[in-house]
Design a binder for this molecule. Sequence first.
Ligand code: MRU
Length: 362
Amino acid sequence: MRAFFSAGKNMRTIEWNSSSNELRMIDQRILPSSLEFVICNNDLQVADAIRLMVIRGAPAIGVAAAYGMALAANQYGGDNVGELKNKLSGSADLLISSRPTAVNIKWAVHKVLDSIYDINDSCKTIKNICLQTAHDLAENDIVTNKKIAEFGEALIQDGDTIIHHCNTGSLATVDWGTALGVIRLAHERGKKIQVLVDETRPRLQGARLTAWELAQYGIPFHIITDSAAGYFLSKGEVQRVFFGADRVARNGDVANKIGTYMLALAAHENNVPAYSVFPLSTVDMDTLNGQLIPIEEREEQEVLDIQVGGRVVVPQGARARNPAFDVTPNQYITGLITEKGIIYPPYELNLRKAAASPGEGF
Ligand code: MRU
């Protein structure tokens, strides 16, 4: 993995370079202080980039994993189809284990494996199909996000103040975003809205990434501490809450960035509608409810590394717990905004209908 600096604009979060056959991703660890890219040449580097959160956000890491499969195929120098397929199944396991909660990685990797399942003629064909499948997933991500935005935007009223959690924008996807894409479309359509941006401890995806994106789109916003959300909701200052999803269980329970559960509880208590926004690739029909979703626990240091005035604030030797996600039970969620439309309770029935429907609507 190597990194370089560029000040280019209008780039995608993740992009394939077809002249060098390399994968380029924006390094989200250091935004917004500088805009740099990381280049990956093989599946190990992609798995590392996902684990270290160079790239993050459920749809974006799904696409990254698909390209990781294409890179793994390209790296294979032999001409034995069976051997290549074995290698790819090892790469699939590696990529799926890089971050356990977002189901999009598993979904994308299986899309690639399915695309070559019946192909046995040559390694070259398999390599081409892996890459084409990754390209298709990347393009489809943007189309899907725009459909999601069309449905979600209709919920936003002129003058709304919206609380948004984590980062669900262009950076969390290939481009455009999910929950933030909804907000962006409402703004582009002339609705006068403002956003209260949860800073989203400990990695500060809200304060760093969402704020960076909102500033570029010209959408008015204030950053708030995560614990201030309840205050603003109780004061009647918030009309809607939007957040993304990393895995949605069959019953509509939503695993999303840590803090979503408390936010949804506070919204429910104050009769403010709270929506989870995601592509249907985030739904895991094999998981019956949210308690069965694996929750990633990350390094203690992410929580402990706080400095105020250049000084470390926690006592030496202090320990931390750092679950990266929590589960919001379905009863606290007003609706699930997807590319097929807005899904309301009963979630299990309606998620099944949406997943099964071939076109828009369900
Ligand atoms: O740990 P992260 O930054 O990958 O977590 C991301 C989130 O929780 C997002 O809200 C979610 O992936 C939806 S992104 C469109």
